[in-house]
Ligand binder design. Structure first.
Ligand code: GLN
Ligand code: ZN
Length: 766
C-alpha cells in the first residue's frame, strides 16, 4: 500500500493569524500566553487539514523561522543573547529581530541586541535566520519545543512525523563569525543530534524527517564526506530517518544519497522525475522511496491522471516502499483556495493552494491503492479543470505567441555603441558632472495609501483619485526643485507594489485576496498569478510621467519594473518555460518603453531588483538563466533611439559573479546598493572594466539615519577610485517609499550639496 505524508505546512494561518498575533505581542498589546495560544490553535487547524494523510509533520510550525528553531534546539545561541534571564521565546525573538515585546525586557538592553542575519532559503522568497558559528561553538540540546509539540499532536490522535533540519545542511547554511571552518563542528554536533533523536524515540515516534536540501546543490568533497560521517553516526538512533531533499534534482549527488544509511529518501519528483528510476536501482531494497509529486512551489492543480499513468507502474515496482508527498514543504504556497471569494471562477478552478494540494495527495493515494474508479469523480473533475486551462482563450493568445516567435537578437540591440549614445545623450540632457537623482519612489504617506485604497474600494471616483495622485506628483516635483536634484522622478505614489502595479494592467495576470506566503517572521507577500500569455492592452505609466514632466524643465525619468523582476516575484506558469513567460513580459514592457519615448521622455529606468535572486541553485546552471534573463531585459529596454537614456536599478551589489551579465544588459546607467558596505562591494570594478555609467548608492534607505555631506563625499571619492568620475551618478541605495519626508529632505539636501562640492573639487584639481 502506498502511503502519504507531508513535509511541512504554512504556519501563518489562512487569515495570517500568526502575523497579527506576533505583531500584537511585539507591540506589547497581548501576552505571551495569548501568542502561544494562537500558535497552538494554528497547529491544531493544520493537523486537521491533514486528515487522511498517513504521516503528519510536527515541528514545522514556527514562531519565526525553522532554522532559528533548530539553533535553539541545538543550543547554538549567539554569545550576545546567552545569559538572558527571561523566557526562551523572548530570547528567540531577540535573535530573530533584535528585541522581543516591551514587557519582556527582563535584563534586556532597551536598545535590544543585534538581530541575527537573515538570508534567502535556497531559491525561495522565504528568509531564514543564519546560524552563527565560531571555533569554540558548543551545542547543548533543548528538545522541549519539539517534544511538547509531539505530545500535543500525539494527544490529538495524530500519526506524528517530526521534522528537523539535518546536521550537514544546518552547518552549511550557517556562517562562521571567525575564520574557523564550520565542518570542524560536526563531531560536536552529531552527539546532540543523537540525543535529540533519542528524545524523539522515547515519545514512541517511529519516523523522523531530516531535511538535507543542500544535497540539491554542488558540494565540495569535504561536504560529501560530512554526509557519510553524519549519517553513519545517526544510523545508530532508534528512529527511522527519512532523508528529505527538495528544490531540485540530485544529479552528481544521487549515488551519495542512495548509499546513505537511512530508512528512506525523499526526492523532489517534480523537478527530478527522470532520476526516479536511477534512485530505485541504487537504493538498497529495504528503503522507502518518497516521491514529491505535487508541486510545493506553485499554485496550479496537478495533472492527477498524468501522475497516475506514471506512478501506477512505480507503485507496482515498489509496493509498500513507495510514499508520495508534495515536492517540498507547503510553506511556499498560500493556505486555502476556498478563502478566495473574488477570484475569477474559471481561474480559481485551475488552482490548488496548500489544503487543496493535500486533497490531491489523498486522491492519488486512493487511486493507487484502490484503483482509479474509487476516485473517478475527483479524477474527472481534475481532468476537466486541466482541459479548461489548456484550451482557455485567456491562457492562449496567438498574437502574443506569434510576437514571441518573431523575436530576433536584433530586437535587443541598441542602434549604436555606448560611447556614441553617451555623447548624443549628453548633448541633450546637459547634466553636470556627478548628476544627482533618486531611485523612483518618494515616501508613501497615509494620504496616498488612503486614496489608493478608497479608489480600489470604489468610494472615490477616478477623477478624485487622479487629482490626489497629481497632487502628490506635484509635491514631489516641488521638493525636487527645491532640493536641486538633476534628474527627477514622479514618486510612484500610484503604485502599492512595483510588480502588482504592472500585473494589474497586463492581460494574463490574476490576483488573490488572501494568497499570502511567508517571506520572513511576520512579513508575508502575495505574489500575483501569471496564468496566461501576457499582453499590454494600453499604456500603463505614460499619463503620470507626462503630467510630472509638464511641471518641470528638468528631465523626468520614466519608471518601469523589468521583465525578470516581474517574473521572479510572481507565481508563474508551469505549462511553458519561465524564459518564455519572461520574453512575453519583455515585449509588453518594451511597448511601454517605446510609448514613453514617443511621449518625449528622455530617460527611462527599468528596475531589475530581483534579477540576482533568480539565479539557479547550481552554479552550473547560472549561465543558462543569465542568458535568457539578460536577453529579455535587452528586448525590453534596447529598442529606443540613441538619444534616449536607459537606466536600470538593482538593490544589491554582490555582483562579482554576474558582473559580465550585468554589463551585457547595456543600460546607459545602473544604480546599485553600496552605502552600507562602505563601497567595498565596488571592488569588482577593479578587475572588471564596467563600461557604462554607475550610481553607487550613498544613502542607506533601510536605515532612519541621515548621511552627512562629508560621509557622502567620502563614499563617492572611494567610488571614484574605481570608476572614472565622468561616469558616476550620485543617488540613494533604493527607493524612498518606506521613509518619511522628514528624513528624506535632509538626506537628499546633503546628497545634493555633496555632489556640488565634488564638482567644485574636481574643477579645482584640474
Ligand atoms: N523604483 C523602485 C522604487 O524606488 C525600486 C524599488 C526596488 O528596487 N526595490 O521604489
Ligand atoms: Zn532597489
Amino acid at each position: 500500500m502506498v502511503r502519504t505524508h507531508n513535509l511541512g505546512f504554512p504556519r501563518i494561518g489562512a487569515d495570517r493569524e500568526l502575523k497579527f498575533a506576533q505583531e500584537a505581542y511585539w507591540k506589547g498589546q497581548s501576552s505571551r500566553d495569548q501568542l502561544k495560544a494562537v500558535g497552538a490553535d494554528l497547529r491544531c487547524l493544520n493537523w486537521d487539514a491533514h486528515h487522511g494523510i498517513d504521516l503528519i509533520p510536527v515541528g514545522d510550525f514556527s514562531f519565526y523561522d525553522q532554522m532559528l528553531d533548530m539553533s535553539f534546539t541545538l543550543g547554538n545561541l549567539p554569545e550576545r543573547v546567552r545569559g538572558y534571564r527571561g523566557d526562551v521565546l523572548d530570547n528567540y525573538f531577540r535573535v530573530a529581530r533584535g528585541r522581543s515585546a516591551p514587557a519582556a525586557a527582563g535584563n534586556d538592553n532597551p536598545d535590544g541586541v543585534a538581530a541575527g542575519e537573515m538570508t534567502k532559503w535556497f531559491d525561495t522568497n522565504y528568509h531564514y535566520i543564519v546560524p552563527e558559528f565560531r571555533a569554540d561553538t558548543t551545542f547543548d540540546l533543548d528538545a522541549s519545543r519539539l517534544i511538547e509539540q509531539i505530545r500535543e499532536a500525539t494527544a490529538s490522535g495524530i500519526n506524528v512525523k517530526p521534522v528537523i533540519i539535518g546536521p550537514v545542511t544546518y552547518l552549511a547554511l550557517g556562517k562562521a563569525k571567525d575564520d574557523s571552518g564550520r565542518l570542524a563542528l560536526l563531531p560536536r554536533l552529531l552527539p546532540v543530534y543523537l540525543q535529540l533523536l533519542e528524545a524523539i524515540a522515547s515519545e514512541g515516534v517511529e519516523w523522523v524527517q531530516i531535511d538535507e536540501a543542500i544535497l540539491v546543490t554542488e558540494l565540495e568533497p569535504t561536504w560529501k564526506q560530512a554526509f557519510e560521517t553524519a549519517y553513519q553516526s545517526l544510523s545508530s538512533s532508534r528512529n527511522k530517518l527519512l532523508l528529505t531533499t527538495y528544490f531540485g534534482p540530485l544529479l552528481e549527488n544521487l549515488s551519495l544519497v542512495a548509499g546513505l544509511p537511512v530508512a528512506g529518501v525523499h526526492l523532489d519528483a517534480v523537478n527530478a522525475r527522470d532520476e526516479v528510476q536511477a534512485l530505485i536501482e541504487q537504493l538498497p531494497a529495504d528503503r522507502v522511496l518518497s516521491l514529491g509529486v505535487i508541486n510545493g512551489r506553485n499554485i496550479w492543480k496537478a495533472d492527477l491522471n498524468g501522475l497516475l499513468d506514471w506512478l501506477e507502474p512505480v507503485a507496482k515496482q515498489l509496493g509498500d516502499r513507495l510514499w508520495i508527498a508534495p515536492s517540498c514543504s507547503l510553506l511556499h504556497v498560500p493556505v486555502d483556495l476556498d478563502s478566495e471569494q473574488k477570484l475569477d471562477g474559471e481561474i480559481k478552478s485551475w488552482l490548488a493552494f496548500a489544503k487543496q494540494k493535500l486533497e490531491e495527495l489523498r486522491t492519488l493515494k486512493s487511486a493507487l491503492n484502490d484503483g482509479r474508479d474509487a476516485v473517478r469523480a475527483q479524477l474527472d473533475a481534475n481532468q476537466a479543470a486541466l482541459q479548461s486551462r489548456r484550451q482557455s482563450p485567456r491562457v492562449n493568445n496567438p498574437t502574443v505567441k506569434a510576437a514571441v516567435a518573431e523575436i530576433t537578437s536584433q530586437l535587443g540591440q541598441r542602434k549604436s555603441l555606448y560611447a556614441l549614445r553617451a555623447t548624443k545623450q549628453a548633448a541633450i540632457l546637459k547634466l553636470p558632472k556627478y548628476p544627482t537623482t533618486t531611485i523612483g519612489s518618494f515616501p508613501q504617506t497615509a494620504e496616498i495609501r488612503r486614496a489608493r485604497s478608497q479608489f480600489k474600494a470604489g468610494t472615490i471616483d477616478e477623477a478624485t483619485y487622479r487629482a490626489a495622485m497629481q497632487n502628490e506628483i506635484a509635491r514631489c516635483v516641488r521638493e525636487q526643485e527645491a532640493l536641486g536634484l538633476d534628474v527627477f522622478v514622479h514618486g510612484e505614489a500610484e503604485r502599492n507594489d512595483m510588480v502588482e502595479y504592472f500585473g494589474e494592467q497586463l492581460e494574463g495576470y490574476a490576483f488573490s485576496e488572501l494568497g499570502w506566503v511567508q517571506s520572513y517572521g511576520s512579513r508575508c507577500v502575495k505574489p500575483p498569478i501569471l496564468f496566461g500569455d501576457i499582453s499590454r492592452p494600453q499604456a500603463m505609466t505614460v499619463k503620470w510621467i507626462k503630467y510630472a514632466q509638464s511641471l518641470t524643465k528638468k528631465p523626468m525619468k520614466g519608471m518601469l519594473t523589468g521583465p525578470v523582476t516581474i517574473l521572479n516575484w510572481s507565481f508563474v506558469r508551469d505549462d511553458q518555460p519561465r524564459s518564455v513567460s519572461c520574453q512575453q513580459l519583455a515585449l509588453a514592457i518594451r511597448a511601454e518603453v517605446l510609448d514613453l519615448e514617443q511621449a518625449g521622455v528622455q530617460i527611462i529606468q527599468i528596475d531589475e531588483a530581483a534579477l540576482r535572486e533568480g539565479l539557479p541553485l547550481r552554479r552550473s546552471q547560472w549561465q543558462e538563466y543569465l542568458t535568457w534573463a539578460v536577453d529579455s531585459y535587452r528586448i525590453c529596454a534596447n529598442g529606443v533611439k540613441d538619444e534616449t537614456q536607459i537606466h536600470t536599478h538593482m538593490c544589491y551589489s554582490e555582483f562579482n559573479d554576474i558582473i559580465a551579465a550585468i554589463a551585457q544588459m547595456d543600460a546607459d546607467a545602473i544604480t546599485i546598493e553600496t552605502s552600507r558596505s562602505d563601497m567595498e562591494l565596488l571592488e569588482v570594478f577593479e578587475t572588471f572594466n564596467y563600461p557604462n555609467q554607475i550610481g553607487p548608492g550613498v544613502y542607506d534607505i533601510h536605515s532612519p539615519n541621515i548621511p552627512s555631506e562629508q560621509q557622502i563625499i567620502a563614499l563617492m571619492q572611494k567610488a571614484a577610485e574605481r570608476i572614472p568620475s565622468e561616469r558616476l551618478w550620485v543617488n540613494p541605495d533604493c527607493g524612498l517609499k518606506t521613509r518619511q519626508w522628514e528624513e528624506v529632505i535632509p538626506a537628499l539636501t546633503n546628497m545634493v550639496s555633496a555632489a556640488r562640492k565634488l564638482r567644485a573639487g574636481d574643477r579645482s584639481n584640474t
